[in-house]
Design a protein around this ligand. Structure first.
Ligand code: PLP
Length: 377
């Protein structure tokens, strides 16, 4: 089935109880026990809730996985997945994953005995060099955040398989509409559903999908025990957002392509990072594993003053953290997503004070260009 059709007709287009179009918001924490001695599928909402279940089944279908789980945020999805690892384990992560993912490993998980090596995964050789006898997992993100570097997912996942590592891919930037890491062999996909899946900057939510039932059962234990679950309203908002993902993504991606080309020719811009742009070093790899360049880009101005001036002057784009909403968002990585990263490390990676990250929304490309032009002048 066409992916766009699947977004609408994924088994949850009708409420199973009432026949209503779409799934209801089951705003309940508990359920009557039919037989007092027997656990039921819906027993207590930390364990299971019909609205959440609909979202979980929807994301599992869209990613082509065995089991889907919904969480209260992208970070709770990621931290729950990391809970599959044990003290004494080692994880290799892409050095430019979302700053928060790296932060929780470096602070909390490290404290509990998980060690980490961060490498530039755009060269799979670096992963091989980082593997130790106790390495158990590989955490990837492509395109990366905020530099839009590309990792060859198939090649890296093959290395993970060879070394029996759990491969985890953060697919927030692309969504299953544009990229399906499980189909490339990954074990687990995670999402900040706050972003393109929710799509309207009105909900914080996270998702994880496992390739196998067995892995799903292990993750369910963590989800149910730690309880970092979304409430039914939030699950419902993500379900609703997903229905329009194709329409939004198609337009946002087309606009991002135009904007990237236009920025590349702007006199005050010295670099543009967009995987769909001719000349992007990872373009071929990216287009072999994803459908299009996506709706995220970043660029560098000639000076930091120009970057800071841009945020003050833009009118259409919101100067804010986050991404994936219907409104264009201009965020400042050094003071937002990567604020907790060591400054020297940030600088070495190219996350500099003149770097601006753009999440392209649904405004007309021409209006965004006019706004950016006045803000860059
Ligand atoms: C790629 C990526 N992964 C994970 C997260 C964390 O998600 P959340 O903010 O929903 O906890 C973010 C948030 O910006 C993100 O951009």
């Amino acid at each position: 089935m066409d992916k766009g059709t699947l977004l609408i007709h994924n088994g949850h287009e009708m409420d199973p109880v009432t026949g209503a179009l779409g799934v209801m918001v089951y705003q309940t924490s508990t359920y009557y026990r039919k037989v007092i001695t027997e656990m039921q599928e819906f027993d207590y909402s930390r364990g299971s809730n019909p609205t959440r279940k609909a979202l979980e089944e929807t994301i599992a279908t869209l990613e082509g996985g065995a089991k889907g789980y919904a969480f209260a945020s992208g970070m709770s999805a990621i931290s729950s997945v990391l809970g599959l690892l044990a003290a004494g384990d080692h994880i290799v992560i892409a050095e430019d994953v979302y700053g928060g993912s790296r932060y929780i490993i470096e602070t909390f998980y490290q404290r509990w005995g998980l060690t980490m090596t961060a490498v530039d995964t755009s060269n799979p050789e670096n992963i091989l060099k980082a593997i130790q006898p106790n390495t158990r997992a590989l955490f990837l993100e492509s395109p990366s955040n905020p530099l839009l570097k590309i990792t060859n997912l198939s090649a890296c996942i093959a290395i993970a398989k060879e070394h029996r590592l759990l491969s985890i891919v953060d697919n927030t930037f692309m969504t299953p509409y544009l990229q399906q890491p499980l189909k490339l062999g990954a074990d687990i996909v995670v999402h900040s559903a706050t972003k393109f899946l929710g799509g309207h900057s009105d909900v914080i939510s996270g998702l994880a999908v496992t390739a196998t039932e067995e892995l799903g059962q292990r993750l369910y234990q963590i989800q149910n025990s730690f309880g970092a679950v979304p409430g039914p309203w939030d699950a419902w908002l993500v379900i609703r957002g997903i229905k329009t993902l194709k329409a939004r993504m198609d337009m946002q991606q087309a606009t991002a392509g135009k904007l990237a080309e236009w920025l590349a020719g702007h006199k005050n811009v010295i670099a543009v990072n967009y995987p769909g742009l001719v000349g992007h070093p990872g373009r071929d790899v990216h287009l072999a594993q994803a459908v299009g360049g996506g709706a995220m880009l970043s660029f560098k101005t000639k000076t930091t003053e120009q970057a800071l001036g841009f945020y003050k002057k833009i009118k259409l784009a919101a100067a804010a953290p986050s991404l994936g909403g219907v409104e264009t968002i201009a965020s400042y990585p050094v003071k937002m997503s990567h604020i907790n990263m060591n400054a020297a490390e940030r600088e070495r990676m190219g996350i500099t004070d003149n770097l601006i990250r753009i999440a392209v929304g649904l405004e007309a490309a021409e209006d965004l260009m006019a706004d950016f032009d006045q803000a860059l002048s």
